[in-house]
Design a binder for this molecule. Structure first.
Ligand SMILES: [Zn+2]
Length: 149
């Protein structure tokens, strides 16, 4: 982990010839973090360096950004009565609009309280997120924070 502290000296570094870019601006397509080398060059634009590895999504619960692989994707499904529900999509393969959250009960609770699922999934009424809560609480959840027996 080479976390670079932003020192005042670093910012006051005289600009090189012809370079007038703002420090947070990353030129070219390398900004998305596909290259591990690009990570080293981003001057603390993001508080979490780990968030720059691979695709990044925002958790609808705590609103923090994290690598997509660390988050649980959820999509809109429908339960037996035809009511729209938030369904967990651990494989991330379900079609349609999805939202992401940390696979923890804490972030789930936050998302429920903020009605973040409805907003993220564009479902305004009658959306039940119970399946996600059950999924996260269930011991079969591979990412459950509960220690194995
Ligand atoms: Zn979260």
């Amino acid at each position: 982990m080479t976390r670079r502290a932003t020192t005042p000296e670093g910012r006051r570094r005289p600009p090189t010839r012809g370079e007038r870019r703002a420090p947070v601006r990353i030129p070219g397509p390398v900004a998305v973090g596909l290259s591990p080398v690009a990570r080293e060059r981003i001057p603390s634009a993001c508080p979490e360096p780990s968030a720059l590895i691979g695709p990044v999504r925002t958790c609808v619960g705590c609103r923090k950004r994290a690598a997509k692989s660390e988050l649980l994707r959820v999509t809109v499904g429908s339960e037996t009565h035809g009511q729209p529900v938030v369904a967990p999509d651990p494989q991330g393969t379900a079609p349609g609009r999805g939202a992401h959250l940390h696979p923890t009960v804490e972030c789930y609770d936050l998302a429920v309280r903020r009605k973040a699922f409805g907003r993220a999934l564009r479902v305004s009424t009658g959306l039940s997120s119970a399946p996600v809560g059950e999924y996260l609480a269930s011991p079969s959840n591979p990412r459950s924070t509960a220690p194995p027996p």
